[in-house]
Write a protein that binds this ligand. Structure first.
Ligand SMILES: CC(C)(COP(=O)(O)OP(=O)(O)OC[C@H]1O[C@@H](n2cnc3c(N)ncnc32)[C@H](O)[C@@H]1OP(=O)(O)O)[C@@H](O)C(=O)NCCC(=O)NCCS
Length: 234
């Protein structure tokens, strides 16, 4: 195995893939790694684009895990938590994935990790959604921004919140107003401002944004106060 496939303590590796950059033969190779259950899930998607995204998400997850753990990609038997987060029993690695539009992203770490990517859909009623899902102070901050900055800020907030609840493993059962994130553009520091109103609880975590392309927002959260985050591409 190559040396770069080593995850040290506190490392977080982000892998980013634009699906359009893969050839049909790349996708064919990845499909071979899927389990029977994953193949069944893939075939339930109506649209070819969704089938392809799913195959890349889980095929590549298996390939990257295989490289970190020196195992065959097909050999992994994923478990899921009560809230649906996939994990591997008996291996010292945490991971998470997200897909939206043309992108699939994965995060790997030795600490609990969550990742989110979202295509910035300009048709979304952002203020309505923010009022419903964001913490009151996040909604207030969003409303006070100039109209031209609101859409990006909305997706920054959304992906940061989503990455945090995915790292917690609780998904949407985690109350979305129980923690607050920053909405600033390009905030590459810790974007988690408080958990249960306390900045001290937020400092057990690191939540940050990462760049994909102009139409997408991405964020990653990790339960580790001083992670070393590295972006890798295939
Ligand atoms: C399921 C959920 C974890 C992520 O949903 P999503 O953003 O639509 O999807 P993503 O592409 O980011 O992530 C999906 C992947 O996360 C993983 N996942 C599933 N449940 C998870 C959980 N509880 N925790 C962490 N990861 C989870 C799976 O690998 C899943 O892939 P699959 O659906 O292809 O099997 C959940 O948070 C959700 O339903 N969110 C809906 C959006 C919302 O209301 N967000 C409010 C933000 S303010």
């Amino acid at each position: 195995m190559e040396n770069f496939m080593q995850l040290e303590k506190n490392n977080v590796h982000l892998w980013i893939q634009n699906i359009n950059e893969l050839t049909p033969s790349n996708i064919f190779e990845l499909e071979k790694y899927l389990s029977l259950l994953e193949k069944k899930r893939r075939s339930r998607f109506l649209y070819v684009a969704d089938q392809k995204r799913f195959a890349v998400a889980y095929g590549m997850l298996r390939k990257i895990l295989g490289d970190y753990l020196n195992q065959m990609p097909e050999s992994f038997d994923f478990q899921t938590t009560a809230h649906g987060k996939p994990y591997l029993k008996n291996y010292p690695i945490e991971f998470n994935l997200s897909h939206s539009g043309d992108f699939v992203v994965w995060a790997f770490s030795t600490c609990a990790v969550g990742i989110d990517v979202e295509y910035m859909n300009r048709k979304v009623e952002i203020l309505e959604l923010a009022k419903r899902f964001f913490a009151p102070e996040e909604y207030r901050t969003l409303k006070q921004l100039p109209a031209a900055s609101q859409q990006k800020a909305f997706y920054q907030c959304w992906t940061r919140k989503e990455a945090f609840i995915k790292a917690s493993g609780e998904g949407l059962s985690y109350p979305l107003n129980d923690f607050t994130v920053t909405l600033e553009p390009n905030a590459f520091g810790n974007c988690l401002s408080a958990v249960r109103g306390q900045a001290a609880l937020a400092s057990n975590w690191f939540l940050t944004a990462f760049n994909l392309s102009d139409d997408y927002e991405g964020a990653v959260a990790v339960k580790c106060s001083t992670p070393q985050i590295q972006v890798l591409s295939l």
